[in-house]
Design a protein around this ligand. Structure first.
Ligand code: HEM
Length: 415
């Protein structure tokens, strides 16, 4: 059954960033889930074709299957189609097997809830300050002035990035994965990725000479099977923390505020304390699904719904669809802050499940709490611009007015 109004699958190229700017793909995804759950996105120009999984259960099964599917040839379309990931076998997300297990244990130590209690307190203070200032100022670009300053500050604190370098790193991160404007192309993104790597190379050298109590110093002192991590290993994993931790959380926050501004009835539920914050955070994540896909490469022939996937072929797993799968979520097209259960796929699943999920949830929760405490609502005052990417989705600008809650603003002023 082809859904009325949905673009025909043959006319949609999921490798092309413009596809996501130009189309509302809800109908397209429903058509794939119903009629072609293992869909072949054909080659376009000189670019290879790839498999597309759109159902929640198939995505979960693929995430679990590290026997037949590997991350070591890349885990996003841009690297999978570009012939591989330079960090393969060294950067956590694109490493499998024993080394992945050992590296994950090292990084887990710095990203576990127990270790992060100070970081969480700093997130709370920083977020509340930014929201209070924006309320006092009347209006702001929520994307540039608030969301850009929460995850980046958090990761920079973790990694020990000095204050004066943060704006520079933020600009590189924005260019590295997505493009805020059409003027930024793949060459600019590649250059930005190299800039980030070079930046961390210098920091590793500094920390080897004078260790501190930050994550880089901890990585400098870590080994796997008795062999210390090399400078390159450390740099690649810092890169992965900054790339993985900044843009995803930032886009989720922007989407959350954009969605709340358009749905006063859901805002009311939040403001009146009708919904638990953790439950609301999960729905914000499901709704935003900031990473639209992740991907794997087939290493052993395997079958999904009778379709044979052959070694060397690329398989992409689409959260943008799985998180709206009506087989799993009731009324998936409704934003419902009280949704429970809500086992969304925003953080992936299985051996590569997002290592920063706790931190991301703290950041989103603190944002919702600060909005609830200091405002009576959010009003969108201008057009929100979409980023251009086949991997990430969301907005690069979001002009808003935060309506002050006079009572709590007054209390905050006296604290
Ligand atoms: C992995 C999403 C925030 C660090 C992943 C994966 C997803 C994801 C889907 C799995 C990738 C795969 O299977 O190939 C998100 C979302 C976030 C977020 C939606 C925010 C809303 C963060 C933060 C950090 C982080 C804040 C770090 C501070 C990582 C790392 C991995 C990862 C290191 C690799 C884990 C592994 O391969 O074992 N993330 N992430 N993420 N994420 Fe996140």
């Amino acid at each position: 059954m082809v859904t009325a109004g949905a673009p025909a699958p043959a006319t949609v190229d999921l490798g092309d960033p413009d596809t996501f700017a130009d189309h509302d793909l809800d109908g397209f995804w429903r058509t794939l889930r119903d009629t072609a759950p293992v869909y072949w996105n054909p080659p376009v120009g000189g670019r290879r074709g790839f498999w597309v999984l759109s159902r929640y259960d198939d995505i979960m099964a693929a995430y679990r299957d590290d026997l037949n599917l590997t991350s070591e040839h890349g885990n996003v379309l841009v690297t999978l189609l570009g012939g591989g990931d330079a960090g393969a076998g060294r950067m956590l997300a694109v490493t499998d097997g024993h080394r992945h297990h050992e590296l994950r244990k090292i990084l887990q130590r710095v990203l576990s809830p127990r270790v992060l209690s100070d970081v969480a307190a700093a997130v709370r203070a920083n977020t509340r300050r930014l929201i209070r200032e924006a309320v006092e100022a009347g209006g702001c670009d929520f994307a540039a002035e608030i969301a850009s300053r929460i995850p980046m500050t958090t990761i920079s604190n973790l990694l020990g990035v000095p204050e004066q370098d943060r704006d520079y790193l933020l600009a590189q991160t924005k260019a590295a994965l997505s493009a805020d404007t059409e003027d930024v192309d793949e060459v600019d993104s590649e250059m930005a990725r190299n800039e980030i790597l070079l930046y961390f190379m210098d920091m590793v050298e500094e920390r080897r000479a004078a260790p501190g109590d930050d994550v880089i110093s901890m990585l400098v002192a870590s080994s796997i099977d008795g062999v210390p991590l090399s400078d390159e290993d450390i740099v690649l994993n810092c890169y992965s923390l900054i790339i993985g931790g900044d843009e995803t959380s930032r886009l989720t926050m922007i989407d959350g505020v954009h969605t709340l501004a358009a749905r006063p009835e859901q805002w009311r539920r939040l403001k009146d304390g009708e919904v638990a914050i953790d439950t609301a955070v999960d729905e914000v994540l499901r709704w935003a699904s900031p990473t639209m896909h992740f991907g794997r490469t087939v290493v052993r022939e395997t079958e999904v719904h009778g379709v044979r996937l052959r070694p060397g072929e690329i398989v992409t797993l689409w959260h943008a669809s799985g998180n709206r799968d009506e087989r799993v979520f009731e009324r998936p097209g409704e934003f419902d802050l009280g949704r429970a259960p809500n086992k969304h796929l925003a953080f992936g699943y299985g051996p590569h499940f997002c290592l920063g999920s706790y931190l991301a949830k703290v950041e989103i929760a603190e944002l919702l709490l600060a909005l609830r405490d200091f405002t009576t609502g959010v009003e969108q005052t201008g057009k929100a611009l979409r980023i251009r990417s086949n991997f990430l989705t969301g907005f690069s600008t979001l002009p808003v007015r935060l309506r002050p809650d006079p009572r709590s603003m007054k209390e905050a002023a006296t604290q």
